[in-house]
Write a protein that binds this ligand. Structure first.
Ligand code: FMN
Length: 196
């Protein structure tokens, strides 16, 4: 069981996206009594989603999906590829159940998701709101603020060096836990889910 799971939608190692997510996870751990885990797609040999039932997946795919199902808040980060999130992350989104067809499980429904994207330049900053937010909405998640976008000039040797971005990443990690607690204690926030 993870209080906060960082999902790294990059298959690269080292990964700038992972470095950014790790800052947010560490800040959440430092501020609150929570445990965090990381699911870096470079470390999982995932099946390509084909619509089968959740319990028919095995190996790394089952492990990754179990980790997601057993987590209560999420930081989802991606490298920007062609103005959007990575194909590897798209496959993971296709694998995650949504309470219909493949499984009754809906691990992202009514749970907080902090969004992070890393790109070469700032040109695709809006990929967070234009590409990631709609999928978070499709799952019926609660988005945490407007996320964090990091460009390559804010890294040195795959580590984030820009102090303002580090602070924003730290805030995102802490805010994701705050929202998670708020949802847990709320009467209505945990009941909206997707309409369809
Ligand atoms: C196939 C591919 C497509 C990319 N497309 C974009 C893009 O459209 N916009 C952008 O800003 N950066 C683009 N990049 C750069 C990556 O988003 C950037 O280097 C990212 O920080 C890499 O993260 P990672 O180290 O976690 O994989 C692309 C990189 C690759 C490999």
């Amino acid at each position: 069981m993870s209080d906060l799971l960082g999902i790294v939608g990059s298959v690269s190692t080292p990964s700038k996206t992972r470095a950014a997510i790790e800052i947010s996870l560490q800040a959440a751990e430092n501020e609150f009594d929570v445990n965090t885990e990381i699911l870096h797609l470079a470390e999982y040999d995932l099946d390509i989603a084909d619509g089968r039932k959740l319990d028919e997946y095995t190996g790394d795919t089952a492990d990754a999906l179990n980790l997601i199902i057993n987590s209560s808040a999420f930081l989802i980060g991606t490298p920007v590829y062609r103005g959007s999130y990575s194909g590897a992350l798209k496959n993971l989104f296709d694998l995650i159940p949504r309470g219909q067809w493949q499984s009754d499980e809906a691990p992202l429904e009514d749970r907080p998701i902090g969004l992070i994207a890393t790109g070469a330049t700032d040109h695709h900053y809006l990929s967070i709101s234009h590409e990631l937010e709609p999928i978070a909405s499709f799952f019926g998640s609660h988005q945490v603020g407007s996320g964090v976008y990091v460009n390559s000039s804010q890294f040195d040797d795959h580590q984030v060096t820009d102090k303002e971005i580090i602070a924003r990443l730290e805030t995102l990690g802490k805010a994701t836990i705050e929202l998670s607690k708020a949802v847990d204690n709320a009467q209505y926030l945990s009941q909206l889910g997707p309409q369809f």
